[in-house]
Design a protein around this ligand. Structure first.
Ligand code: ATP
Ligand code: MG
Length: 405
């Protein structure tokens, strides 16, 4: 039996890679302008990092991690990159430098989820993290980076949803309110939600289970709970964020039920959604995580960031066509063909020749498929030291010297 790629993973083939490279180039361009620096962390980390960093009431930690033992050490393929970036930030003492520290990353993430459109087990994220700024200008800067990035990729009809989860004080009362509203139909909710009810009731609002969502609707849950009442400090932060977004001309929708799947968020959370993605409609998710650096053993450090799903991004973007190469060397003298190919490549062109030195007609046929021009090097050309250059679109031919190419 032939071996296939594991369920939930995909090969990215040469035809498609041009789209990936384009996304990565645009990311580099946009983030560099804002002076964000790329960081690459390991694909696996100590399991403990994610248990502490992502949070043990999350789906990710509870059931989605690829964890394995090596010499009694528990390791996990990274399900997301924020915890790894914070680990590196601490390990290399970035907090001793003057803030802000602004980083971005790209790469594969691993989550044991049910594969479906827009959801894989190995998928890719591009993300940014910004450390050391308490002011909401950092939240706004991160959101601006995301919208600029998406705009540069030609995506305009996306909706930015924002919310504030406040601090733990702000959430206390809301959690109680939420629990009271949920209590009458708690028995009907999924096991995850029953678990969350005690540990982190807010996360119930993020449940993707259809039965739970039906029960929320039937019991009018979203009208019974008013949203988080923010303390003066959190409220000011949220107002400031909105005023920054206004001056930046970034349109947003406030969604008081936006809670996000990870435990570490404080104050600002946001998602960027598309109506063209079906039920996996979020391309980007992020927020402020002022407690995470401390949770992982560092000094108190305000931070904000986001991650985007590259597969979902790709499905929204018109695929680019693979470009034709510049020249195809057509010759029955293999030595001369090898030499000319090499000279043209040295001049900076993309060049191919026929490794098998087939008949002229065959070579020209191949050239027509993959190249803009054919450079013909026959007996007469070699003898009289010139090249025949054929434009493969117009079929026009010209005699030229190598120097003239
Ligand atoms: P979702 O609600 O869709 O599961 P999430 O809240 O788990 O997303 P994050 O962990 O914040 O997502 O990741 C940010 C982005 O990464 C998502 O908005 C999405 O575009 C992408 N993403 C997350 N999980 C997957 C996956 N399994 N396959 C493909 N893309 C994913
Ligand atoms: Mg998820």
């Amino acid at each position: 039996m032939s071996i296939k790629a594991p369920k939930g993973t995909k090969d990215i083939l040469p035809d498609e890679i041009i789209n990936w490279q384009n996304i990565e180039n645009v990311a580099y361009e946009v983030f560099s302008k804002a002076n964000f620096k790329e960081i690459r962390t390991p694909i696996f980390e100590d399991t403990d990092l994610f248990e502490r960093g992502v949070g043990d009431t999350t789906d990710i930690v509870n059931k989605e991690m690829y964890t394995f033992l090596k010499s009694d050490r528990s390791l996990t393929l990274r399900p997301e990159n924020t915890a790894g970036v914070v680990r590196a930030y601490l390990e290399h003492n970035f907090y001793r430098e003057s803030p802000p520290i602004k980083l971005w990353y790209k790469g594969p993430m691993f989550r044991y989820e049910r594969p479906q459109a827009g959801r894989q087990r190995q998928f890719h994220q591009i993300g940014v993290e910004m450390f050391g700024v308490q002011d909401a200008s950092a939240d706004a800067e991160c959101i601006l980076l995301a919208t600029n990035f998406l705009k540069k990729l030609g995506l305009n009809d996306l909706v930015v949803e924002i919310n504030s989860l406040g601090c733990s004080e702000c959430r206390k009362e809301y959690k109680e309110q939420l629990k009271q509203a949920i209590a009458p139909f708690l028995d009907g909710l999924c096991d995850d939600c029953k678990n969350r009810y005690e540990k982190n009731p807010l996360r119930i609002l993020d449940c993707k289970n259809e039965i739970c969502n039906k029960l929320f609707d039937e019991n009018d849950l979203r009208n019974k709970v008013s949203g988080i009442k923010l303390c003066p400090e959190c409220s000011e932060h949220y107002s400031k964020l909105k005023s920054y977004l206004d001056v930046l001309n970034i349109k947003y929708v406030e969604n008081t039920f936006l809670v996000r799947g990870l435990d570490y968020y404080t104050k600002t959370v946001f998602e960027i959604k598309s109506n063209n993605l079906g039920s996996q409609n979020a391309v980007c998710g992020g927020g402020r995580y002022d407690g995470l650096v401390e949770t992982l053993g560092g000094p108190h450090t305000p931070a904000v960031g986001w991650a985007m799903g590259v597969e979902r991004l790709n499905s929204l973007i018109q695929p680019l066509q693979l470009k034709k190469i510049d020249y195809f060397v057509v010759s029955d003298n293999q030595k001369e063909a090898v030499k000319l190919t090499s000279s043209l490549r040295d001049k900076g062109y993309t060049v191919e020749f026929d490794y098998n030195s087939r008949k002229f007609a065959k070579q020209l046929e191949k050239a027509g498929k993959i190249s803009k021009f054919a450079v013909i090097l026959g007996e007469d050309e070699i003898k009289n030291n010139y090249l025949t250059v054929k434009n493969l679109e117009t079929a026009q031919q010209e005699k030229k010297k190598l120097e003239e190419l």
